[in-house]
Design a protein around this ligand. Sequence first.
Ligand code: PBE
Length: 267
Amino acid sequence: QEASSVSEAVNYTITGIEPGAGIMESTRNVLEEYENLAGWNMEESSTAGMLAVLDDAIKNEKPVVITGWTPHWMFEDYDLKFLDDPKNVYGGVERIHTLARLGFEEDMPNAYKILDAFHWELDDMQAVIAEGEETSFEEAAENWVANNEDKVNSWLEGAEQGNGEEIRLVSVPWESEMASSNVIKTVLTQQGYNVTLTEVDPAVMFQAVATDAADVTVAPWLPTTHQAFYESYEGNFIDLGENMTGARSGLVVPAYVDIDSIEDLEP
Ligand code: PBE
């Protein structure tokens, strides 16, 4: 399709997800930064709703513009592409960080050591996502931990076993974070901790760690997707650095849609 017919066909609308997602905040910035998007709107929906719209468009070979990200099975199941983002509003490749509440290191130095050492690769997360989709994220995480002893042991170096102490993990309800949070939950449980895992909106996740309502999260996407939340609570949590790199958020279209850049969308 020509650029103008693409824009017209999607009715100058980006199909979004949950309004509280970081990618929605970035997309609001995109609508402000790109002059060609002056007349465009972003439809709030849910991840499941967006995926249904995407699936329907692909079945009918129609254009669609979604807020998309990787790692997610949408990039495995469909032939999709990110639109170039010459103004770099989505920030390109992102890192996923581990954050802990103030005082967590002093209270639980051995658990802190494990969380500080926790680091894995994009391929690892993708494997847990693929299996989690088929079975459950708990089971997929347990299998991954059982099958990746060397990696897991490298996180455990120098950390003594826990003794039933509670660790409150907080996360967000997307597959990438269900994978990482369940893996770290499995590891900490096997080390003798009593781990609870709660899934909330990104804003609530940051607030929980900043106000001691939770101990730790392995879910924040930085420096861009969760930047606004990070900045509003900075100073009230400890940033243990990245646990994975290679995530990405942006505007996504099916590969058959004949445009390549956000700037190809027509006003
Ligand atoms: N996501 C997936 C989330 C974080 C993980 C990109 C949809 C977001 O807050 O936008």
